[in-house]
Ligand binder design. Structure first.
Ligand code: ZN
Length: 207
């Protein structure tokens, strides 16, 4: 019995699909995906998940199953998974940094967070994407697009991603909300927020 089968069974007490689980080295951090082809559901997950407690893997599988099958469910495993994802940053080694991004991080941390945000991994993202910034919980990494040249705009996107690290996300069963009202209110506290938004809209979007 694999974890996907178990996750399914624990939610619905019978399993009406074939299941398979593949751990792969192709994923960054703790990423995972699920696909359905005919009667076969496949869970693909980063091989880093192998080292993580089984109940948390079951929670991840249940979150992905609910998305795939468009079902609303709650379980102790799903709760555990969210709790894990929101706390994992504590255990991630901080090995990656970039001078310009680190300066931006320090400026924004001092100005808007009273210096309380712990420095995550910082990376430039390639400019083949319209996504200007991301925060990845599984690797505790903020990535900022190289397209951004202006200091103020780098800081603005950095501020947005730091808010993700700081506020985490709200969850209800498998559904998650990252850009809550509280998030949007805090985001507007950035100096010249509207001007930055206007400029950024022309080049891409922030995630
Ligand atoms: Zn965002």
């Amino acid at each position: 019995m694999n974890i996907l089968y178990e996750a399914y069974w624990l939610l619905w007490n019978n399993v009406s699909y074939e299941t398979q689980v593949r751990y792969s080295g192709h994923f960054k951090g703790l990423n995972a995906s699920i696909t359905k082809k005919g009667n076969m559901i496949t869970l693909n997950l980063s091989k880093k998940w192998k080292q993580i407690e089984k109940d948390i893997q079951i929670g991840l599988a249940q979150v992905l199953l609910c998305k795939l099958l468009k079902k609303k469910e709650r379980s102790q495993y799903i709760e555990l998974y969210h709790y894990f994802m929101k706390s994992i940053h504590i255990a991630i080694p901080k090995t990656k940094t970039e001078p310009i991004l680190e300066e931006s991080f320090n400026r924004v941390n001092k100005e808007y967070f009273e210096g309380i945000i712990e420095k995550p991994n910082l990376e430039w993202a390639g400019n083949n994407t319209r996504t200007l910034g991301t925060y990845d919980y599984g690797t505790d990494t903020i990535r900022i697009s190289r397209i951004l040249q202006e200091e103020q705009l780098i800081d603005y996107v950095m501020h947005h991603e730091m808010l993700h690290k700081h506020l985490k996300y709200k969850h209800k069963g498998h559904k998650t909300r990252h850009h809550t009202t509280q998030f949007r209110t805090k985001e507007k506290e950035f100096q010249n927020a509207e001007e930055c938004e206007r400029k950024l809209r022309r080049v891409g979007s922030i995630s």
